[in-house]
Design a protein around this ligand. Structure first.
Ligand SMILES: O=C(CO)[C@H](O)[C@H](O)COP(=O)(O)O
Length: 213
């Protein structure tokens, strides 16, 4: 069953916790976005894990160097999953995976800026990452012609564990699930909604309504 991950791209711990309390019944993974972590530091990760010990806490660290060190500080702060950039040296990804093994946690590779996402997803999966995030960032989503369908098609082709992130919403989430995604990531579609709980509930129901062949 595809998991629902809420990406919290807000800027304060207080706002993040308030949102998480509203949507927690409907989500499997709570992501602390990169701007949030840069704004608040890893104490937001610690606070979220303390508030939701039964949820998977995803620290979107977007690690680009010193893979072991940066992954370890996030795991020690309470993260269950951390992101490493797919475009960086393999040594950084392997270092983060080592830290994950040491702490019994997981690494996700983020493919922002990766030219051939399918090929790179297959390469990094061999390093022992949990899954690959087929991702178009918030800036890329504003470019003319952007469509999340590109990421969904790449997920079908890659045949490795993957998530899709980049403007996933109620109109597209069923396609994400049907493509076999392990995780569907929704940020703006939840935190930007008038009623975030209702939005998360609808996304979860949409996931549950799809039968994957
Ligand atoms: O990691 C991110 C940006 O770098 C976002 O959290 C991710 O793109 C999901 O958010 P949205 O659903 O609003 O695109």
């Amino acid at each position: 069953m595809t998991k629902l991950q809420v990406a919290i791209d807000l800027l304060t711990t207080e706002a993040a916790l308030e949102l998480a309390h509203k949507v927690a019944p409907y989500v499997d993974i709570i992501e602390l976005g990169t701007p949030l972590i840069k704004s608040e530091g890893l104490k937001v990760v610690t606070a979220m894990k303390a508030a939701f010990p039964d949820k998977l806490i995803f620290a979107d660290m977007k690690i680009a160097d010193t893979g072991f060190l940066e992954a370890e500080i996030a795991f020690l702060a309470g993260a269950d999953l951390v992101t490493v950039m797919g475009a960086v040296d393999n040594a950084t990804i392997k270092g983060a995976v080592e830290a994950a093994k040491k702490h019994g946690k997981k690494v996700v590779v983020d493919t922002i800026g990766v030219k051939n996402r399918v090929e790179r997803a297959q390469e990094v999966t061999a390093f022992g990452v949990a899954f690959v995030e087929l991702h178009a960032g918030l800036d890329e989503q504003t470019l003319a012609g952007y469509s999340v369908q590109t990421l969904i098609s790449e997920g079908r082709l890659a045949k490795v564990p993957f998530s899709v992130a980049g403007g996933v919403n109620i109109d597209t989430i069923k396609d994400v699930v049907a493509a076999g995604a392990d995780v569907a990531v929704a940020g703006g579609a939840i935190y930007g909604a008038e009623d975030p709980a209702a939005a998360a509930k609808a996304l979860k129901e949409a996931i549950n309504s799809v039968t994957v062949a």
